[in-house]
Design a protein around this ligand. Structure first.
Ligand SMILES: C[S@@+](CC[C@H](N)C(=O)[O-])C[C@H]1O[C@@H](n2cnc3c(N)ncnc32)[C@H](O)[C@@H]1O
Length: 219
């Protein structure tokens, strides 16, 4: 999916997103924030923050920046921040996670919840997550990856042509993702119903470089 297709799908999803994907995916959001062991003053970037379902889960005292490519999803995150007085949410910005407009080493922890199988170039997204995370910081990802069971994996492949409609790739391969992104994974944990989704924690030990030229975001 290209950026325009993503914006179109999530424009359509935005209104009902919390009903479809709120409770269903919330255990994974809680688990990833627990794994982050947030400390007061931590600078956290959440890419693809969506409607901000994770935002109330962060402990007060951290500084959260959220970005998303969908104006409609981000508007809901903004409304939630105001409604719930989430003072730890410092910034919510319309931005492409594959071309982050932050200097190198700006954050202690960078997190992507249910985003890597949506973004057009997951390896580029991870490269940008690494670039803006300080050396020695941590990266966190929760996502569905193609099931290793051949029957379930086969079904997911069947649905793959509908990815533009669904807004994510159901046959997203963990092995390919790890190989292409070069993530230094320290921990893998199954989360959500039947452990169908996977939480990854990775150390940002290596120097990442910005890949390619910039892209203009349609607003
Ligand atoms: C499945 S939703 C997940 C939203 C949220 N993280 C959650 O836990 O519900 C995927 C989100 O990623 C965003 N997204 C996809 N590609 C993106 C990109 N390149 N840059 C920024 N946001 C992106 C979409 O707009 C959408 O809001």
């Amino acid at each position: 999916m290209d950026i325009n297709a993503i914006q179109k799908v999530y424009r359509r999803y935005a209104q009902g997103y919390d009903i479809y994907f709120g409770a269903l995916l919330q255990p994974g959001r809680k688990a990833i924030i627990e794994k982050m062991h947030c400390r007061s003053g931590d600078r956290i970037l959440e890419v693809g923050v969506g409607t901000g379902l994770s935002l109330p889960l962060y402990p007060r005292g951290v500084h959260v920046t959220g970005i998303d490519i969908s104006r409609e999803m981000l508007a809901r995150a903004h409304a939630r921040t105001i409604r719930l007085h989430l003072d730890h949410v410092m910034v919510l910005r319309l931005m492409d996670a594959e071309f982050l407009q932050f200097p190198d080493n700006s954050f202690d922890k960078v997190v992507a919840m249910y985003v890597v199988s949506v973004a057009p170039h997951p390896a580029r997204l991870v490269s940008e997550m690494r670039r803006v995370c300080r050396p020695g910081g941590e990266l966190f990802i929760v996502n569905h990856f193609q099931h290793t069971n051949p029957v379930v994996g086969g079904l997911e492949r069947l649905f793959a042509p509908l990815s533009r409609l669904m807004g994510f790739h159901p046959d997203f391969s963990l092995e390919n993702f790890l190989r292409e992104s070069g993530l230094d994974v320290a921990e893998r944990t199954p989360v959500n119903a039947l452990g169908y989704w996977t939480l990854l924690r990775a150390c940002n030990g290596k120097t990442a470089v910005r890949l390619g030229a910039s892209r203009t975001v349609a607003t």
